[in-house]
Design a protein around this ligand. Structure first.
Ligand code: ING
Length: 314
């Protein structure tokens, strides 16, 4: 992180992943991630952001009667022999990273997890995906399955933020970005940088006529809104391309606190998108338009926490 007249600059590398096939082993995938990390180091990055479930194919697209059949897709320790090269490179080269993976805890709990590793190669923060999209049981009406509710528990860590890379950093994962509560909770903790990964199908299993352009629009809209309404940087990193014939959208993007996409991926493959993010650029809107303490009226917001579903008037 460079400190100076230009503010608190964090050079971020958004490391988009191309497709990961069922047959791709952890070592081969980590080698790809390490290549991106080396490129990020060569370009002077302070932090590399990897995608959701970066170590495996997006396995929640497959149905398994016995959930335990999916355990081989999970990591039982982190770091572990397969991922140790990432941590070693981080420590040896003073570069941090955020990594998404499927977590199986010693107690046997399953989470869709993202960790933040500092430039000493130590885990500084952990997030477990709160908003699990899709469904828990096989749904034949769908053109493809999305079984995150079958294989993961909702996250139990809330939306933590921590001081890292010279600022206040938070994480979320994929579907979380579609819920304004995600960014607002972190905004209320003073977040200046939210990093997230996503594995987002390019088509809607229930609405075949929905276009890829619509999906990409909504992908970026969520992140741009979250960034602007909480005056923070948002870095969204895709796993993209065709996995086992199922296409995932690209669109990896870095969004500034005014909600502008300042850098984005051009391909649907492994690609590093680099941008100097000045954390001091968060200050103006936090002190004016989104000065929460001056403008928010919490006495009128209680329904947001007390009511889950919508209840239209009679
Ligand atoms: N994927 C998708 C996402 O939220 C989705 C699921 C796509 C939900 C489009 C709603 C609309 O980007 C994951 N992994 O959450």
């Amino acid at each position: 992180m460079a400190k100076g007249s230009r503010g608190r600059i964090v050079r971020i590398g958004a490391a988009q992943s191309g497709p990961v096939q069922k047959s791709d082993g952890r070592q081969a995938v980590v080698a790809r991630l390490l290549e991106l990390m080396k490129q990020a180091k060569a370009e002077g990055c302070d932090l590399v952001v990897f995608t959701e479930l970066a170590l495996t194919t997006f396995f929640p697209r497959y149905y398994a009667e016995d959930r335990a059949d999916m355990d081989p897709w999970f990591e039982t320790a982190m770091p572990n022999p397969a991922t140790r090269p990432l941590f070693d490179f981080a420590a040896g080269n003073g570069i941090g990273f955020s990594l998404g993976y499927a977590e199986l805890t010693p107690e046997g709990r399953h989470f869709n997890t993202q960790i933040l590793v500092d430039n000493n190669g130590r885990i500084a923060a952990k997030y477990r995906k709160v908003h699990l999209p899709g469904h828990a049981d096989y749904e034949p009406r769908r053109s493809f399955q999305h079984l995150e509710k079958r294989y993961f528990e909702p996250g139990d860590l809330g939306f933590p933020v921590s001081r890292a890379f010279g600022g206040v950093v938070g994480q979320c994962i994929c579907n979380d970005r579609r819920w304004p509560e995600t960014f607002r909770v972190m905004g209320l903790k003073g977040v200046e940088l939210v990093v997230l990964g996503y594995n987002t199908p390019s088509t809607n299993s229930l609405r075949p006529e929905e276009t890829a352009a619509t999906r990409m629009h909504q992908n970026h809209l969520c992140m741009q809104a979250g960034a602007y309404q909480n005056s923070c940087w948002v870095v969204g990193v895709a796993k993209a391309g065709s996995e086992d014939g199922h296409h995932l959208m690209a669109g990896t993007a870095i969004v500034d606190p005014d909600g502008f996409i300042v850098a984005q991926a051009d391909t649907e493959d492994d690609e590093l998108v680099v941008h100097d993010c000045d954390l001091d650029a968060c200050r103006f809107l936090k002190e004016t338009t989104f000065n929460f303490v001056a403008h928010r009226r919490t006495e009128h917001y209680k329904i947001i926490c007390e009511q889950t579903g919508a209840k239209p008037p009679k």
